[in-house]
Design a protein around this ligand. Structure first.
Ligand code: GLU
Length: 449
């Protein structure tokens, strides 16, 4: 990794020492610290109050045992996490991830990113994240329910409308949020809608929350295009993943006149020159919980399934990595740039490795970091919290309009901040600096706590 200025390097060294073996967390911290040099030079009060050092240390980290019984009657044990990272701006807010790769380093990287992302939305939400190494793949509904109930049996004592408000992430969607909410309600005997977001529409969920992350990424890219007098019209787009973020990004790209020609899952990728058939993809992924092989089989001659290489080999104007962290490396970045890609926006959290980001920016590909581009999900969660607090529910149109305004606001704030700090056009630096200043000012005002 490139070296930081002396002060930031000292802070980073301490992070390495305090958090051994947590590579993803180190990477996320390094990426932010790398942007902060000019901010610290301009605002010495941040250094005096050790704001950066405090920011890198979570306010609270909870690790717990999650025992459950599978369909065969075998007792299973997983590990549950909730990292309550920073509450300077509001209650901790961030999703839960259920995936076998989850360990403390992943939860901390996600929680750290969430602090800045949430600040950028302009909504009153702090940063946190949680999850488990539980793998929902191949598990029956009943097993997923029992796991969620056991998970909430510990988590319930740590969350609350004014304390910490979890939501979904990889492996946690509407089904899981329903089971988690049900167990919270049962344990506490309280119908507290605002303790979770991403709920179903029948029990306090917001319109557009399911679509929000994917729509938001596309709204953000639309702003990037407009800033250059361009639009989605006629653009070739490649998306990685085929989960919630990817699918709603595909829908919005098509609505704005672009064509998504490829997407992927853990088994391979599919190229569909006429444009991915979203209704079919939804059916395969959401209803059948199947793979892209099934999609290709049902789609027939139009689609080609590939199991070697990866989706970044498909030439495109715009790339939207929407699967998981570090999925796009320097080699992929080189191929994308060589094939004429002009814009890359992160739909997932930190899907692009630091080397790849450097390569892309050097090659003149505009890069939008996840903490700005994928903030639409958590922003709409904050809208869900607003609706729950006022016992109201808004229309789809109204909620989508609010999401569009928020994404436009984030886009403009990144660009203006980048300009102000001498790095014009650098969305990453703009996002890091703008998010940091908002949290840092609140931390200064609240004293050393
Ligand atoms: N997991 C999503 C994210 O990465 C959303 C979190 C939320 O809605 O609280 O931002």
């Amino acid at each position: 990794m490139p070296s930081l200025g002396e002060k930031m390097q000292d802070i980073y060294d301490e992070v390495l020492w305090r958090n051994p073996g947590e590579q993803e967390f180190h990477q996320a911290v390094h990426e932010v610290l790398d942007s902060l040099g000019p901010v610290m030079a301009k605002h010495p009060s941040y250094t005096d109050a050790a704001v950066v050092t405090r920011l890198c240390e979570p306010e609270r980290q909870i690790i717990f045992r999650v025992p459950w019984v599978d369909d065969a009657g075998t007792v299973r044990i997983n590990r549950g996490f909730r990292v309550e990272f920073n509450s300077a701006l509001g209650p901790y807010k961030g999703g839960l991830r259920f995936h076998p790769s989850v360990y403390l380093g992943v939860v901390k990287f996600l929680g750290f990113e969430q602090i800045f992302k949430n600040a950028l939305t302009g909504m009153p939400i702090g940063g946190g994240k949680g999850g488990s190494d539980f793998d929902p793949k191949g598990r029956s509904d009943a097993e997923v329910m029992r796991f969620c109930q056991s998970f909430m049996t510990e988590l319930y004592r740590h969350i609350g409308e004014y304390t910490d408000v979890p939501a979904g992430d990889i492996g946690v969607g509407g089904r899981e949020i329903g089971y988690l909410f049900g167990q919270y309600k049962r344990i506490t005997n309280r119908y507290e809608s605002g303790i979770l977001t991403g709920k179903g529409h029948s029990f306090g969920g917001s319109q557009v929350r399911t679509e929000a992350t994917g729509y938001g990424v596309v709204f953000f890219v639309d702003e990037m295009l407009h800033a250059n007098g361009d639009s989605f019209d006629g653009k070739r787009v490649v998306v990685s993943g085929s989960g919630n973020v990817a699918r709603y990004a595909i829908e919005k790209v098509h609505a704005l006149g672009g064509t998504v020609v490829a997407c992927s899952d853990s088994t391979g990728y599919v190229v569909d020159e006429k444009g991915i058939d979203l209704a079919l993809l939804n059916e395969v992924k959401e209803v059948r919980r199947g793979t892209l092989a099934e999609y290709a089989g049902l789609r027939g001659a139009d689609a080609r399934l590939a199991t070697s290489g990866n989706v970044w080999q498909v030439p495109c104007d715009i790339a939207l990595p929407s699967a998981t962290q570090n999925e796009l490396d320097a080699e992929d970045a080189t191929v994308l740039a060589r094939n004429g890609c002009r814009i890359l926006a992160e739909g997932a959290n930190m899907p692009v490795t630091p080397d790849a980001v450097k390569l892309l920016t050097t090659a003149g590909v505009a890069f939008a970091p996840g903490k700005a581009a994928n903030a639409g999900g958590v922003a709409t969660s904050a809208l869900e919290m607003q609706q729950n607090a006022s016992r109201d529910s808004w229309s789809f149109e109204h909620t989508e309009r609010r999401l569009g305004e928020i994404m436009r606001g984030i886009h403009d704030r990144c660009l203006e901040t980048a300009e102000e700090y001498g790095v014009p056009g650098n969305y990453s630096a703009g996002a890091n600096i703008a998010g940091f200043i908002q949290v840092a000012d609140a931390m200064l005002a609240l004293g050393v706590i």
